[in-house]
Design a protein around this ligand. Structure first.
Ligand SMILES: Cc1cc2nc3c(=O)[nH]c(=O)nc-3n(C[C@H](O)[C@H](O)[C@H](O)COP(=O)(O)O)c2cc1C
Ligand SMILES: O=C(O)C(=O)c1ccccc1
Length: 393
């Protein structure tokens, strides 16, 4: 008989056990604490790039406020000694409803960047989604993630040949899904980066998937190794795609047999239209408040989008998820899973692979314990009945 896997919540006893020997966790144990420590350690430019958002950062605050407008109502005696946090998204079985979301240019916060994230995800068996704007090639990241689900995120470049080549490579590397992000077809107005006059790509960070791409390379007069500046220029011309249309999305749909999710959806009509095109999953997201200042909180749009698509289409959510109770609230409002970004990026900045692992284990432990104390032993039991509006909300 196989023994059931240890619950994620057991992590707290590991911490308390080490405390008996005088050891304390290496990292701060709250999001604000992590961010504050990272600020002390990183350059102003790198810190601002990760921490910042669009405009006055109202949408970043709106994301947090949206979680605060819902309150959980714990239920007693649910017989919750054995918990199951698994869920399924498209064809991928996840051991927990938390995915490490796509974050580009991680070399600006840690030399091991995306590789450290991939290794931490692999250790935990947690799903991760690699950004196409990574500092490491998708092939190297695939090698670092043999035992955990892995997705690839695409910003469709304005050159369809390069797009097809990236998709073919993502398939060949064994990714289980492609996530196409639609909310970043052009760089947004981000005052912190403008103040630093800092765009990491122009320094050649985060373009490894392009400089390694045979089609992209074939269009260069000289190889990137000999003329990095030329490659950067070509990337800067290939990346913006504000002309992208629904027909282009349909073309992408026809170019891959992998499950295709769209990320950045905030309106139910956009979700419906994507599903009509054969899209397999929706990520409700405002990009962590980094794109349109004053735009709606993603959590506030979640219920309408869940209602708009067939139950067979998984709806995921990101932007502002910080704690286990945030994950529960998103699931109670209809999300199949959530993505996180800045929390694990701060873990990476502070302690590389170990830091990512510690941040993600802590979140999963918090989720597992909160689930139990809400009287649920599986995610299927989490629904709207678990929530009430906060007073005044
Ligand atoms: C530094 C940084 C880089 C990002 N790069 C990408 C990217 O390359 N592709 C993408 O789809 N989303 C990207 N995102 C957005 C995240 O995937 C995610 O939607 C958002 O950050 C979630 O909000 P959170 O940071 O509040 O958890 C990035 C976010 C950050 C903070
Ligand atoms: O910085 C970002 O949020 C982002 O998504 C991005 C945009 C262009 C290239 C890489 C990442």
């Amino acid at each position: 008989m196989s023994t059931p896997p240890l619950p994620f919540g057991i992590y707290q006893f590991e911490v308390y056990g080490r405390g008996l020997g005088g050891e304390r966790p290496a990292l701060p144990t709250t999001f604000d604490g992590l961010q504050e420590r990272a600020r002390e350690q990183l350059s102003d430019a790198a810190y601002g790039y990760v921490a910042g958002g669009a405009g006055e950062e109202r949408t970043m605050r709106a994301n947090r406020a949206a979680f605060d407008r819902h309150r959980l109502v714990p239920r007693m005696l649910g017989e919750v000694g054995q918990r199951d946090l698994t869920t399924t998204v498209c064809d991928t079985t996840l051991n927990a409803p938390v995915v490490l979301g796509p974050v580009g240019v991680l070399s600006i916060v840690h030399p091991e960047g995306e590789l450290a994230v991939a290794r931490a995800a692999n250790e935990l068996g947690v799903a991760s989604c690699l950004s196409n704007a990574a500092s490491t090639t998708l092939e190297d990241v695939a090698t670092a993630t043999p035992d955990a689900p892995r997705w690839f995120q695409l910003y469709p470049p304005n050159d369809p040949e390069v797009r097809r080549s990236l998709v073919a490579r993502a398939e060949a590397a064994g990714n289980e899904a492609i996530v196409v992000t639609l909310d970043t077809l052009t760089m947004p107005w981000r005052p912190r980066d403008i103040a630093q006059a800092y765009l990491p790509f122009l320094l050649g960070e985060g373009i490894a998937n392009y400089t390694a791409d045979p089609v992209f390379r074939s269009k260069l007069a000289e190889p990137p190794e000999e003329s990095p500046q030329l490659a950067i220029q070509q990337w800067a011309q290939t990346f913006p795609n504000p002309q992208m249309s629904w027909d282009d999305l349909a073309a992408l749909r026809s170019e891959t047999g992998l499950p295709l999710l769209v990320k950045g959806i905030l309106h139910p009509d956009d979700a419906r239209r994507a599903v009509e095109l054969g899209i397999d999953g929706i990520v409700v997201s405002n990009h962590g408040g980094r794109q349109v200042d004053g735009s709606v909180a993603s959590l506030d749009q979640l219920p309408a989008i869940v209602d708009a698509v067939p139950a067979s289409v998984p709806v995921l959510l990101d932007s502002g998820v910080r704690t286990g109770s945030d994950v529960l609230k998103a699931i109670a409002l209809g999300a199949r899973a959530v993505l996180i970004a800045r929390p694990y990026v701060w873990g990476l900045a502070l302690a590389g692979q170990d830091g990512v692992r510690e941040v993600v284990r802590s979140l999963l432990a918090d989720l597992d314990l909160s689930l139990a104390m809400c009287g649920c032993s599986s995610l299927a039991q989490v629904d709207g009945d678990l929530l009430v509006p906060a007073p005044g909300a």
